[in-house]
Design a binder for this molecule. Structure first.
Ligand SMILES: CC(C)(COP(=O)(O)OP(=O)(O)OC[C@H]1O[C@@H](n2cnc3c(N)ncnc32)[C@H](O)[C@@H]1OP(=O)(O)O)[C@@H](O)C(=O)NCCC(=O)NCCS
Length: 218
């Protein structure tokens, strides 16, 4: 059904502010609905460049052989492979089996961080993981997004930063553009849609702070 602004004013004049009808939220309703729909045939990734096709295809093959497998290849070998593809990987990083990484050349991992089974680093944009970070089983680092206000569904990407000592719990999700500040914890299955404060423990969807992380002195 097509609604015009004038019919809206008549039907709702008692309940809504007429001036508000001319704001962006209402004016679109007077258009032909087809003009307000996405047209994915117009989608393009704009000037986004994820690296050469040859490099991406090579990585798909390497990933299947050494990363997306249960075979326990040593972590040191995996770090070397990633380094040769442009990642910056620190000392003593632990790579569990079945880790998925979108583009190694957009990845930095600091010393002694652990990446758990089935973690998915979906790094269309840079993902930086500092020292002593734990990413538990099945956690998902998501950097891709789309502009849902655009008919062309334009690509949006947002980098992720996990500061030192952060713990991303099993099956938790970190959304595009989010920073988990030093020593923060994202509880199991929680979804971080905004930054987490340093030493905060966050839980839920969207994740909210539930307590402070107090670390015992040894
Ligand atoms: C499981 C989990 C959700 C429980 O957290 P929670 O819901 O906040 O737990 P509760 O509300 O029951 O907490 C009760 C108490 O236990 C403590 N506690 C809960 N989980 C704790 C943990 N992992 N380490 C230390 N203390 C913990 C809380 O700090 C709280 O202490 P307080 O009463 O002194 O404040 C949380 O520990 C978590 O997400 N852990 C990640 C698990 C994971 O991903 N494992 C994969 C790697 S093996």
């Amino acid at each position: 059904m097509t609604l015009s602004c004038s019919s809206l004013i008549e039907s709702y004049s008692d309940t809504i502010d007429e001036k508000a009808l001319f704001t962006r939220e209402y004016v679109f309703m007077s258009y032909d609905p087809a003009e307000c729909e996405v047209d994915l045939s117009k989608y393009s990734a704009g000037d986004y460049n994820p690296g050469s096709l040859v490099k991406r295809v090579l990585w798909l093959w390497i990933s299947r052989c050494f990363f997306e497998t249960w075979f326990p290849w040593p972590s040191s070998l995996k770090s070397k492979i990633l380094g040769s593809l442009g990642a910056e990987i620190g000392e003593g990083v632990v790579w569990k089996p079945c880790v998925k990484i979108k583009y190694p050349w957009f990845l930095k991992v600091g010393d002694h961080s652990w990446i758990g089974e089935h973690a998915w680093i979906d790094n269309l944009a840079p993902v930086e993981i500092l020292n002593n970070v734990v990413i538990s089983q099945g956690a998902y680092l998501l950097t891709g997004n789309h502009d849902y206000k655009s008919r062309d569904f334009d690509l949006r990407i947002g980098p992720i930063l996990l500061e030192a000592g952060v713990w991303v719990g099993a099956k938790a999700i970190v959304c595009p553009g989010v920073t988990l500040k030093k020593m923060s914890v994202l509880a199991v299955g929680s979804i971080a849609t905004g930054d987490l404060e340093a030493y905060g423990i966050y839980s839920g969807n969207p994740a909210e702070k539930v307590r402070e992380r107090v670390v015992r002195l040894a």
